[in-house]
Design a protein around this ligand. Structure first.
Ligand SMILES: C[S@@+](CC[C@H](N)C(=O)[O-])C[C@H]1O[C@@H](n2cnc3c(N)ncnc32)[C@H](O)[C@@H]1O
Length: 511
């Protein structure tokens, strides 16, 4: 049970990289014995995974099972099963350990039996109140880490940890349970490791589960880039698969993205600093124009000038901003002030569900922001996905103009993500799916248009399928649409469009 606290990553750990490679290959047995990756020292920071051979776009690079999965820290206090993480009102606590569970299946699972023994032996709740028992479910991720095999624990202790984090989130636990002192110390270490290395697991489309994160021992060695060359897929059993989102050359670092591709440089860098404790220095962060997209831009303050203000030295937080047309310079203080006003408007915008109301706020934002600002891109992306799928209106019920808007938003957002060099990122898969859905709906309404739209209807669903297949958050009818509306289907037009009938589609998707 005793584990020593990992040291800060230093030259000794880098020196031990070949041992680490062996440890990871042996400890992550789900990966092939002849991996496509090798662990090496990275210029970005610490160690990273590098391509041992040329990896082609779409190729599976690695498969990784989590060491532990648990609820993300944030989130509302809702009742959920500590094992399957489904939300339910039918939750009862185990009379031995107090963990809350929804069914006998969860209660008799091997995992619960082991954890139940551990909790009832070492951790005593100070009361049996529901609040305290629900805390136990939220910290099961630590219990899973305590119970790892010695081989897996060794990998865990090689992971980088955040030396600056506080333990505020753990205080509620320490004050609610009698926990041995050495466990408290270990939980603090685990907390630091989880902060830097855990991955958000997307929510499943089928079950109502709470928001989860997982610790993936091999994927934890992937460094970050704001223009990554991989995408992650999470399977139903929470296994992660990493695919190449573009071709990766031999010796090139394999990079993941810890943040949103759509956000602009100052926002991404700040979020990475807060969440993962580093200032990103990747090629996109170092390019003020972000591959020519100018997502960070503000309108120039000089009257009559149609130029855009961009950070002069984007890696320096205090850098002045310069106009790309009249070359006027603006101190960062003024920029920060304006950005805080924009931030308040964006907060109102994100709470507003009505497109008409959103448009009023957008008009105000247009006074400060050029049309290519990331704020409009982010909104376009959300609207493209929600139109016909959320806001209480189904695709079939969308007006002609809203359907055309959905198509336009998908195309515009796809163009910008392509300019960023994001390759076959997850977000491109979603946009292609929604573009396909809008085109197919147009052809369903006007069958005469089918021949004209057919090849794009087919290619968009085919590409979306190749990117999203197998992911727990993929649209439920992805596979069905590809089978009926994708390339190579020999059914008649009428038969192919049969699946757009919602009731039949639903029955077939759940079969
Ligand atoms: C999940 S770990 C990645 C593996 C890590 N390099 C190691 O040696 O264990 C994340 C940490 O790696 C470093 N890192 C990852 N990507 C980076 C980047 N683009 N720029 C600077 N540091 C980065 C940061 O210290 C970050 O907190």
């Amino acid at each position: 049970m005793i584990m020593s606290r990992p040291k800060q990553l230093g030259s000794k750990e880098v020196y031990n990289i070949s041992n680490l490679q062996t440890l990871l290959v042996q400890g992550c047995l789900e990966s092939s014995k002849n991996p496509l990756w090798i662990i090496q020292k990275s210029d970005l920071g610490g160690r990273g995974l590098f391509a041992r051979k040329r990896i082609h776009k779409g190729e599976l690079i690695l498969t990784n099972k989590p060491l532990a999965v648990g609820p993300r820290n944030s989130g509302p206090e809702i009742s959920f099963c500590s094992y399957c993480y489904e939300t339910s009102d039918e939750i009862k606590s185990c009379e031995k350990c107090g963990l809350l569970m929804c069914s006998k299946n969860c209660k008799v699972s091997q995992m619960h039996l082991e954890e139940c023994k551990f909790i009832s032996t070492y951790w005593k709740p100070k009361s049996n109140s529901r609040r305290i028992l629900s805390i136990l479910g939220r910290i099961r991720i630590y219990i899973q880490l305590f119970l790892l095999s010695s081989e897996k624990k060794e990998i865990l202790l090689h992971l980088q940890h955040d030396s600056t984090s506080t333990f505020q989130e753990l205080e509620a636990i320490f004050s609610s349970f009698h926990i041995p002192k050495e466990h408290i110390e270990l939980m603090k270490t685990m907390h630091l490791i989880l902060k830097i290395n855990s991955f958000r697991i997307p929510s499943s489309n089928r079950e109502k589960t709470i928001r989860l994160c997982g610790l993936y021992p091999l994927a934890a060695f992937l460094n970050h880039s704001c223009v990554p060359n991989t995408r992650n897929i999470f399977k139903n059993d929470k296994t992660m698969e990493i695919y190449a989102s573009r071709d990766i050359e031999i010796g090139e670092e394999i990079l993941s993205c810890y943040t949103s591709l759509i956000w602009c440089t100052p926002v991404r860098r700040y979020q990475l600093h807060i969440s993962k404790n580093f200032w990103c220095k990747c090629s996109r962060c170092n390019d003020a124009t972000e591959m020519g997209t100018k997502l960070s831009a503000l309108k120039c303050f000089v009257r009559e000038c149609a130029g855009a203000l961009l950070p002069h030295k984007p890696l320096i937080a205090t850098t002045e901003w310069c106009c790309d047309t009249c070359h006027a310079k603006v101190p960062v203080k003024q920029i920060n002030f304006l950005q805080s006003i924009i931030g308040s408007l964006v907060r109102i915008l994100s709470e507003e569900e009505e497109i008409e109301q959103q448009n009023v706020i957008l008009k105000r934002l247009e006074s400060f922001l050029p049309c290519y600002s990331y704020i409009f891109l982010d909104l376009d992306f959300k609207r493209a996905l929600k139109l016909g799928y959320d806001w209480g209106t189904k695709l079939k019920e969308l007006s002609e103009s809203r359907l055309a808007l959905k198509e336009k938003l998908c195309r515009g957002t796809l163009r910008t993500t392509a300019a960023l060099g994001a390759g076959d990122a997850h977000l491109r898969g979603l946009l292609l799916y929604h573009l396909h859905a809008a085109l197919a709906e147009r052809a369903r309404r006007s069958p005469d248009l089918y021949d004209e739209l057919k090849s794009e209807i087919e290619s968009t669903i085919d590409q979306a399928y190749n990117i999203l297949q197998g992911d727990i958050s993929a649209p439920p009818d992805l596979e069905l649409r590809r089978r009926y509306l994708g390339p190579g289907c020999d059914k008649s037009q009428e038969e192919r469009f049969f699946i757009l009938d919602e009731k039949k589609n639903f029955v077939m998707c759940t079969q």
